[in-house]
Write a protein that binds this ligand. Structure first.
Ligand code: NAD
Length: 266
């Protein structure tokens, strides 16, 4: 299905994990993809080659573009270059994100600030630039990469939880503000997905078993399964959806503790 035929799409943090899968999936559906990366130029080039291959040789403009999404000047430059290359932009995917672990009473405030800067300030800066452009052309779509931790608290990851909780209202506030001007803003809330971010348990059978024991569907998700949700929300098939977070989490947001009947006292 070519639901994104001819759409020009900028994906942040697309050099690995879910962002890379989004670039490949979108290219497969006919989109031109701009692959943003901060570090890992080599991985970004690999993503570019995979995206080109996914288009099956079809003509298209695909390129890599460097920027730290937390840096205003770099974000502005990234948009200027992207628009120069594409001519116009249809979709922004705010995917870049980082995670830092620490007990909250021991947290290094520089780490806390950095998580907020990349995970929340970055999506806002990128959205602002995208919206400025969308307003000149009568619309566009933004899809944010949130998390189940948009609604589920995560001890020892206060910065991450706060950033994703904030992303819910970033999504909803921008959606409401621009709904009457053809701009849709939505989010995807992944559960535990096999990406480099989760390298601590992916290849460790014991740790992986522990993670998967908490997931109602009994398994971690794959980046492709998340990219598919992004493709839907970015496409015109989602033309009447705005301000929503669609959780793709194998049931993690369903209060899994209630799988067994412990609350009725029988
Ligand atoms: P990942 O580490 O493979 O990918 C993160 C990407 O963001 C990398 O390409 C990294 O280079 C990039 N990035 C980091 N800081 C950046 C910056 N300042 N500017 C530009 N790019 C930057 O991890 P992932 O799992 O693919 O994570 C992608 C998104 O998915 C994140 O927002 C994350 O919070 C979210 N998410 C992941 C999971 C999961 O289980 N993997 C679950 C829920 C949400």
């Amino acid at each position: 299905m070519l639901r994104l035929q001819g759409k020009n799409v900028l994906i942040t943090g697309a050099s690995s994990g879910i962002g890379q899968a989004i670039a490949i999936r979108f290219a497969k559906e006919g989109a031109n993809v701009a692959i943003n990366y901060r570090s890992g130029a080599q991985q970004a080039e690999e993503t570019l080659e995979l995206a080109k291959a996914a288009r099956g040789g079809a003509e298209g403009k695909q390129f890599t573009i460097h920027a730290d999404v937390a840096d205003e000047a770099q974000v502005k430059e990234m948009f200027a270059k992207t628009l120069e290359n594409f001519g116009s932009l249809d979709v922004l995917i705010n995917n870049a994100g980082i995670l830092k672990q620490s007990a909250s009473h021991e947290v290094d405030i520089a780490d806390f600030d950095r998580v907020l800067a990349v995970n929340l300030r970055g999506p806002f800066l990128c959205s602002r630039e995208a919206i400025r452009h969308f307003l000149t052309r009568g619309g566009g779509a933004i899809v944010n990469n949130s998390s189940v931790h948009e609604i589920i608290p995560k001890p020892k990851y206060a910065g991450y939880s706060v950033s994703k909780g904030g992303m819910e209202n970033l999504t909803r506030s921008l959606a409401l503000e621009y709904a009457d001007r053809g701009i849709r803003v939505n989010a995807v809330g992944p559960g535990a997905i096999e990406t480099p971010m989760n390298k601590a348990w992916i290849d460790n059978p014991k740790a992986r078993g522990e993670v998967e024991s908490h997931i109602p569907m009994g398994r971690a998700g794959k980046s492709d399964e998340i990219a598919a949700v992004f493709a839907f929300l970015a496409s015109d098939e989602a033309s009447y959806i705005t301000g929503q977070t669609l959780f793709a989490c194998g049931g993690l947001t369903l209060f899994p503790e209630f799988r067994v009947d412990w609350s009725t006292g029988e």
